[in-house]
Ligand binder design. Structure first.
Ligand code: A2P
Length: 277
């Protein structure tokens, strides 16, 4: 895609960039960075007052470090009411964006295209009793947004956040978040009554072990949570993870007789289609 340049990157309390920002982009100030593992980190940036999005959507982000910056799709991990924007990212050693992104510091500038989009939104699901959020790795990001949004709890009686990772330290972003929400003034009461969290790992010993696909197939996921098997009457699902995971969990939703929905045709489950490399 060809970028056009019509504005200077402002100096936002950090290092000035010698590059101009592409048209149609916001320049945002990095406010906070937290590293979890060698391959995972989260960061928060300023939010333009006029920027609106629906919890669960993604945006395109980049860095002002080249004439033609590399942009990648990132789910906004913060809810739509938050004054800042949060992102949860992997670090790919030679990733065109994440190689540089992983070095950002408070005060640096981040570029973000002005339009958000995505299918993992409450509007794309029909009302139901419960919503299953199936995630692996950084696929938890859109759900980090949705579990902080009171609208999710207005729509569903039970919200089940599942998160599959290889190792326990990779779960920390999710476990810290869920823990912090229990005392949250806005959603604390809702979370305590309605949110169930099911973190699982595949390559270490932990309270829950195994791939989400295997846990669904064996029924262990439902038994552990004391819930019935998924079905089209009561259950809705959202899926976010690697290509292979999306495909496999989608198959499982279909085999449980759930129908795939979209923004213009709400149904019983939705699949994310944004990736980072
Ligand atoms: P595994 O360790 O058995 O590969 P990744 O970092 O490769 O995206 O994997 C994140 C987590 O998702 C890992 O626990 C991994 O398990 C699991 N995983 C990988 N592929 C699938 C899949 N197709 N369905 C469900 N879980 C998967």
């Amino acid at each position: 895609m060809t970028e056009t340049f019509d504005m200077e990157v402002p100096i936002l309390g950090g290092k000035p960039s010698p590059f101009a920002a592409p048209a149609g982009c916001y320049c945002l100030e990095v406010r906070e960075v937290q590293h979890y593992t060698d391959s995972l980190f989260r960061f928060r940036v300023s939010r333009p007052k006029e920027f609106r999005f629906r919890s669960g959507e993604f945006v395109m982000i980049g860095l002002p470090n080249a004439d033609k910056p590399v942009f990648r799709a990132y789910s906004v991990a913060s809810p739509s009411w938050d004054e800042e924007l949060e992102f949860f990212s992997i670090k790919v050693p030679d990733g065109p964006l994440t190689e540089h992104l992983q070095k950002i510091q408070p005060g640096d500038t981040l570029l973000m295209r002005k339009k958000s989009t995505g299918t993992l939104v409450n509007d794309a699901l029909l009302p139901g009793k419960r919503v299953w959020m199936f995630s692996t790795g950084t696929g938890i990001a859109p759900f980090a947004s949705l579990i902080r949004d009171p609208e999710t709890y207005e729509k569903f009686d039970q919200v089940i956040l599942t998160h599959g990772c290889r190792t326990v330290p990779e779960l920390k972003y999710g476990t810290d978040l869920v823990e912090s929400l229990r005392d949250d003034p806005l959603v604390g009461d809702l979370v305590r009554g309605k949110l169930l969290h099911y973190p699982t790992v595949t390559r270490e010993t932990y309270v829950h072990q195994g791939r989400l696909t295997d846990l669904i197939n064996s029924g262990k996921l439902f038994d552990d949570l004391g819930l019935p098997r998924m079905g089209p009457e009561e259950d809705r699902a959202m899926i976010c993870g690697s290509m292979a995971m999306l495909k496999d969990i989608k198959e499982l939703c279909l085999s449980h007789e759930l129908e795939e929905g979209a923004n213009n045709k709400p149904a019983q489950f939705v699949v994310e289609r944004a990736f980072v490399d």
